[in-house]
Design a protein around this ligand. Structure first.
Ligand SMILES: Cc1ncc(COP(=O)(O)O)c(C=O)c1O
Length: 398
């Protein structure tokens, strides 16, 4: 307000400086840190609601919308909902689409907290749950039922990169009219576009590779079908799992360099995996680019080439706790961090983090031992990473 002299200072303090009349065209996207948008008279209010415009922050926000449109483009989806975390994206989808009496079929190799959410919430909702090894398609065919509503998997499992054949699984799901839901966090739309392979819903923890800077918590749900979008949208609104504008702004900024970052991370992971596989003290390396990877043919089917698969790998050292500690202390570049997908290389120990609650015999089946370390590869130069891991691994020869 420019020229108002009629109101008291206590009132003017709320209005001075406000000028939304100019149609600015900022080069970078602004943050809409507002819980609501002003409307004029009741006709304007009605029109805003009718055209699904901006009203209240929990329902819609421009930063979430920009980010959602960009992710829909990358994932080849129709619409994307931005949620407060990857877990919010997963649970909001479950709450929206599942009802008592439905059957839910999941890959047994999935992120530990997704596994917990399924066991705790879906069982409470009287949804029947089955976990099957999705690398065995016959087992999936046997387990699917006429009341299966969702078939759920990650593309590459945590921490051993076991792959799921998305198009074959989507075909199986569709024989029973079930929805194929895929978590693309480890692979990103740079590695694979599950919706183009037949999946119906793709979720992602944007906290990881999509943002890439380890400074925001957010998740996305991308769908092809407008009706499914509307159902999930209203559940997100009612459960309040919408992402914050600031986090959406950060991820929108981070995602502009996704192509540059993630291609380098994926190539670095393949190069580091190959170097570790040759190291005499390493017992085993898990990365789909390696010649001895058990699902080599499936890796070729899913990904464009060996440098465009995933930035995640894991490797097994001898089960010697004090040497493993020495190895970790000797690393200059990679630091321990219970996250992944950032521009700096990080490591985590599945037995102390994602898989600490998994029973011993299950761990064996999953290929997880005390000596297994998970690496999220960053954008450092590959030769520097290889040199640093190699010098730190010399503790096993000391
Ligand atoms: C594969 C996968 N999906 C989902 C999640 C949950 O994401 P968030 O931590 O953003 O809730 C994670 C977290 O590590 C993950 O690794």
């Amino acid at each position: 307000m420019e020229d108002s002299t009629n109101f008291s200072e206590a009132t003017e303090i709320l209005y001075q400086g406000e000028d939304y009349s100019q149609h600015l065209k900022p080069e970078a996207s602004p943050i809409y840190m507002t819980t609501a948008f002003n409307m004029g008279d009741l006709d304007d209010v009605q029109q805003t609601y009718d055209k699904k415009g901006y009203t209240y922050i929990r329902t819609r926000n421009p930063n979430r919308r920009s980010l959602g449109e960009l992710i829909s483009f990358l994932e080849k989806g129709k619409n994307t909902l931005i949620c407060s975390s990857g877990m919010a994206a997963i649970t909001t989808t479950y709450f929206a689409l599942l009802a008592p009496g439905d059957h839910f079929l999941a890959n047994e190799n999935i992120y530990g907290e997704t596994f917990d959410a399924i066991n705790i919430f879906l069982k409470k909702m009287h949804v029947d749950v089955d976990f099957v090894d999705f690398s065995d398609l016959d087992a999936v065919k046997k387990a699917i039922r006429s009341n299966t509503r969702i078939v759920y998997t990650e593309v590459a499992s945590n921490p051993t990169d076991r792959l799921a054949d998305i198009s074959a699984l989507a075909d199986i799901a569709h024989t029973k009219n079930a929805l194929m839901m895929v978590d693309n966090t480890f692979t990103t739309p740079i590695g694979i576009k599950p919706l183009a392979l037949g999946a119906d819903i793709v979720i992602s923890s944007l906290t990881k590779f999509m943002n890439g800077h380890s400074d925001a918590l957010l998740g996305s749900i991308t769908v092809k079908d407008e009706k499914i979008f509307d159902i999930i949208h209203s559940v997100r609104m009612l459960t309040g799992t919408s992402g914050s504008p600031f986090a959406a702004w950060l991820v929108y900024r981070g995602i502009h360099t996704l192509d540059l970052r993630v291609r380098k991370q994926m190539k670095n992971a393949a190069l580091l995996a190959a170097a570790l596989a040759k190291h005499p003290k390493i017992l085993h390396v898990n990365h789909p680019s390696l010649d001895n990877f058990p699902q080599k043919e499936l890796a070729k089917k899913l990904f464009k080439d060996k440098y465009t698969m995933t930035g995640m790998l894991s490797f097994e050292m001898p089960d010697d706790p004090s040497k493993i500690n020495c190895f970790m202390n000797r690393l200059h570049l990679a630091h321990y961090a219970p996250t992944l997908g950032g521009i700096r290389t990080t490591l985590s120990h599945p037995l102390h983090s994602s898989h600490h609650h998994v029973p011993k015999d299950e761990l064996k089946k999953m290929g997880i031992s005390y000596g297994l370390m998970r690496i999220s590869v960053g954008i450092e130069e590959a030769d520097d990473l290889i040199a640093d891991f190699t010098q730190a691994l010399s503790v096993f020869s000391d």
